[in-house]
Design a protein around this ligand. Structure first.
Ligand code: NAP
Ligand code: GLV
Length: 306
């Protein structure tokens, strides 16, 4: 069995070592032009040349959860696309979203600014019941986040493409129930995959339907958000602020208004990082399962886009 590694932004040596240790029976190599045909490839943002040179690949393992960039490429026709299915990401995402929600709900930005100004003063405690959180996307990450928010006794609403049932979560599904989901939520958390159906979904119409003084947490993809619409809603006071882990252009250009916006908190696409050891273990387990002819989790439906 031959496995190629071709993942932009990843140091190859530890990945190659890890894959060799997990699959000692396989020949594992970093891809270079003209590499002999392989069975499997482990990729992140691979080059089109690599994909064109390897039409026989049985599966491409994406070293991330989102496959939107991969689906923009011309892919080997019969290769299954397999995304990371948690592999240590969901607990990171739960940490990230809970801190963003709690930071806003508890007005910690304001308290920190007060402290820096030498001001020892109190704000009226907010009523948790007035801060329902809506989670868009109830997949591997969204369901974990919803569960974590419940631990802090937030009211949690969830929205997915097909109907879901999550204990204690008021679940909505499909475009037909989107407006009701938004109207019932004050803090909106986006954990959707980026697909033709979800691109630009965070626009003035959807964000404008949140309860007054709404707050946005986008930890999915920058292209979900129509950035000028967010700025307009912040300006109008319809939204109170946003935490954005992802942007349309990463990093944004120096003149981008989000860098210094007083009500936007930015992080550099770091809410749920790929953890190498967990990812290698998951990929190796799936390769073994595929070799045995067994189904694996996280296979992407190319027509659905996730
Ligand atoms: P997932 O398990 O595939 O879950 C996707 C969820 O979105 C599902 O509940 C799905 O509905 C829902 N959905 C998809 N299209 C929809 C639509 N048109 N309308 C309503 N709901 C829709 O994905 P995941 O592992 O949770 O990851 C989600 C995304 O997070 C990734 O695609 C990636 O873009 C992003 N991400 C970001 C970071 C970061 O560091 N910022 C890290 C990892 C992932 P169904 O349940 O009906 O299928
Ligand atoms: C990161 O954004 C991922 O999709 O894993």
């Amino acid at each position: 069995m031959r496995i190629l590694f071709h993942a932009a932004g990843h140091k190859p040596a530890p990945w190659l070592e890890g894959l060799k240790a997990a699959l000692p029976e396989a020949a594992v190599a970093e891809w270079a032009p003209g590499a002999p045909p392989a069975d499997y490839a482990v990729v992140w943002a691979p080059s089109q040349q690599m994909l064109d040179e390897q039409p026989q690949l049985k599966a491409l393992f994406n070293t991330g959860a989102g496959v939107d960039a991969l689906l923009q490429l011309r892919l080997p026709p019969h290769a299954q696309l397999v995304r990371l299915d948690d592999a240590g990401m969901s607990v990171q995402m739960a940490e990230f979203v809970c801190q963003a929600v709690i930071r806003h709900f508890r007005e910690l930005d304001g308290y920190e600014a007060d402290m820096r100004a030498g001001k020892w003063s109190f704000r009226k405690p907010r009523l948790r019941a007035e801060w329902p959180v809506g989670v868009m996307g109830l997949g591997v990450l969204g369901a974990r986040v919803a569960r974590a928010l419940q631990q802090f006794e937030f009211t949690v609403n969830g929205w997915s493409r097909s109907p879901r049932q999550l204990e204690g979560v008021r679940c909505f599904a499909g475009r037909g129930q989107l407006d009701d989901f938004l109207a019932a939520s004050r803090i909106l958390v986006c954990l959707l995959p980026l697909t033709p159906d979800t691109e630009n979904i965070l626009d003035r119409h959807t964000l404008g339907r949140l309860m007054p003084g709404g707050y946005l947490v986008n930890a999915a993809r920058g292209r979900h958000l129509v950035e000028p619409d967010l700025l307009a809603l912040l300006e109008q006071g319809q939204l109170a602020g946003a935490t954005l882990d992802v942007l349309r252009e990463e990093p944004p250009p120096p003149e981008h208004p989000f860098w210094r916006h007083p009500r936007i908190t930015l992080t550099p696409h770091t809410s749920a990082r790929t953890l190498r050891d967990e990812s290698i273990a998951q990929i190796a387990g799936k390769i073994r399962a595929m070799e045995r002819g067994e189904p694996v989790a996280g296979v992407v439906d190319r027509t659905r886009g996730y």
